[in-house]
Write a protein that binds this ligand. Structure first.
Ligand SMILES: Cc1cc2nc3c(=O)[nH]c(=O)nc-3n(C[C@H](O)[C@H](O)[C@H](O)COP(=O)(O)O)c2cc1C
Length: 174
């Protein structure tokens, strides 16, 4: 089984989540006795999704939205993506940035359009040293502290859930 984990990142924090998800999917499939090849790629470098049996697409969240390479991939390949199991994830919230009254990222429409199995929101990471001046100005204005809110156990658990569900589907094919 071939699985694509495509990710859009500006500063690398979401890429590391994608890699952990990909590793967890692969190990759950191996444990279930299913051969797998899990390809973690930058969304902007994906030229085709043909040949993959499942796709996980994730993006960092900036100002409430996915960044362009992830949106573009979802748009360009929406027909192909609807034909395979798809999971989405976003990574963003740091500190108190997530206000309970608001959805931190607008993806409901995408979940519907791609007929995705689910969407998970993970915490993000802010390291001012990596930010360009305008970004630093935004996080300073919003009083967002430097922090790493990525919850590795739940990231890995989600990847294993995906792998297990793919393994069940594979076994139930006659
Ligand atoms: C300028 C700026 C705007 C951001 N806007 C949001 C936002 O609207 N919602 C959110 O949850 N996180 C927001 N974040 C946090 C990022 O999503 C978080 O730092 C993420 O881990 C970045 O991932 P990356 O390193 O893969 O680009 C913002 C960060 C910056 C620097």
């Amino acid at each position: 089984m071939k699985v694509l984990v495509a990710v859009a990142t500006r500063h690398g924090a979401t890429r590391e989540i994608a890699e952990a998800v990909g590793t967890a999917i692969g190990s759950a499939l191996t444990d279930a006795g299913v051969w797998s090849l899990v390809d973690v790629r930058d969304a902007g470098l994906v030229r085709s999704v043909e040949g993959f049996d499942a796709v996980v697409l994730g993006s960092a969240v900036y100002l409430g939205h996915w960044i362009e390479p992830a949106r573009k991939l979802a748009e360009s390949f929406s027909d192909e993506l609807r034909r395979v199991p798809v999971w989405l994830f976003s990574s963003g919230p740091v500190g108190e940035q997530k206000r309970p009254a608001e959805e931190p990222v607008a993806v409901e429409d995408l979940v519907r359009r791609l007929d995705a199995r689910g969407h998970r929101l993970f915490g993000g990471k802010i390291d001012r040293h990596l930010l360009k001046f305008p970004e630093r100005a935004v996080v300073t204005a919003l009083r967002v502290p430097d922090a790493d809110n990525r919850d590795w156990p739940s990231i890995r658990a989600w990847g294993r859930e995906i792998g297990t569900s793919l393994a069940h589907a594979e076994r139930s094919v006659p």
